[in-house]
Design a binder for this molecule. Structure first.
Ligand code: SIN
Length: 173
């Protein structure tokens, strides 16, 4: 019996796969857009000074490019722990780069979760990211790693690339 399933990564799961996977393929998820609207208290910030990390928000006309991993079910214990700061598992349909449509799981931080920050002016989000650090490291490194990974994949993501450019301009106080 095959107990493996696909999990879709659109943020740090693209470039920091700290779990065993059986297969890895670029993939797309329709109807969702990646946004730096989720607060991070446990990885790239702390409770009284959260960083900003990505979640997905509904966007009927958009498609999010990420990476799908086929993993054994035991890997979800680790992922649930890693994505515990407001994320929930959602079941979705993914399109793999080989053209195949598969059922998968994605971790989404919904707008009503305790750590959700939402939208803010670009310069404000850039400043927050440049100035935040948490147990997993600097928030700016998360943003740059993600932008680099998306560039390597040929992704078009104006939100991420504009934020990266703005964050690189921020001067420390
Ligand atoms: C993901 O990468 O799929 C979830 C968000 C994150 O951990 O950055």
């Amino acid at each position: 019996m095959d107990t493996s399933s696909w999990v879709f990564g659109y943020g740090s799961l693209i470039w920091r796969a700290d779990f065993p996977w059986l297969e890895r393929q670029p993939a797309t998820l329709s109807g969702w857009a990646r946004r730096f609207w989720q607060g991070s208290h446990d990885h790239r910030g702390v409770a009284d000074a959260p960083g900003r990390v990505v979640t997905l928000v509904r966007a009927p006309d958009e498609t999010c490019l990420g990476v799908a991993y086929r993993v054994e079910s035991r890997v979800f214990d680790h992922l649930d722990q890693r994505e515990k700061n407001g994320y929930e598992r959602a079941e979705v349909s993914l399109t793999l780069t080989n053209g195949e449509d598969v059922d998968g799981v994605v971790y989404i931080a919904p707008i009503d979760n305790f750590a959700f920050l939402g939208d803010a002016p670009l310069a404000e989000m850039a400043r927050q990211i440049q100035n935040s650090t948490g147990p997993s490291g600097r928030n700016i490194d998360y943003l740059i790693e993600l932008a680099n990974a998306l560039r390597d994949m040929g992704a078009e993501d104006p939100h991420v690339f504009a934020l990266e450019a703005a964050a690189r301009e921020v001067r420390h106080p």
